[in-house]
Design a protein around this ligand. Sequence first.
Ligand code: G1P
Length: 291
Amino acid sequence: MSSHKPVRIAVFPVAGLGTRFLPATKAVPKEMLTILDKPVIQYAVDEARNAGIEHFVFVTGRNKAVIEDHFDLAYELQDTLEKRGKTAALETLSRYQPEAGSTSFTRQQAPLGLGHAVWCAREIVGNEPFALLLPDMVMKDNPGCMAEMVNLYNEKGGNIIATEEVAWEETHKYGVVEKEEHDGPGFRITGMVEKPAPGTAPSNLFINGRYILQPEIFEILEDQEPGAGNEIQLTDAMLKLSKKQDFFGHVFTGETYDCGSKEGFIKANIAFALDDSEIADEVRREIQTLT
Ligand code: G1P
């Protein structure tokens, strides 16, 4: 048993406008677009659940109420399915049904940046370490990136940031970590920078959207000035916290799809379709005819 306070709560920032997917996201939140048969947000929630998370906190915004409906019990639908004896559909619903009281929703109110979105969850999270998952980044692995991070956290404590290697030319698109000179798993993070100018990144390990953070991050976020893109950046606040607390890096080696971009979203759909034995052969044949 680990001596570190367990990670029980996960935060999902889902307030983004999804402008890259207009007009699809005019009335439907980008997190509710589907990859195969599940909305994007469900993948992050499943990953958190696989990591032992018990409470799911969503930081939403206007036009996002349907996310709350998605995680509620669909009583009328369930009743109709029961009357019609649709057992398989009922099983699917119950497999993804969060327990009553295990979800919380708050609103970001204004799009001031990721750091601000995380800060909006402070009252719900309280004085506990928490997982943070950016749902745009959909990961395909078992048991998943967050489960690997929780294992590392149980061993080392502190704060954990998941990273992945990226081409050096791409580093300016992300947050990037600086690491100490050894390659072992769970390396110590010595610095980090949000969207480094081309040619200035301290490494080619980008922050992939999965974090385990200590609650002291909230005090720092409270006074955090806007940074890159004139937004309140989580990376800037983490850099400050790293002067006082340990930050360890995890290198995730499974597949990650950036579903905030059209290419990533389509790639994710293809990858999950090819993993589904019922449709994989037909999808593969169809792709071959197209290429
Ligand atoms: C955010 C983070 C960044 C991280 C990225 C991963 O950036 O600020 O550090 O690398 O998510 O997707 P955004 O994509 O919101 O610009």
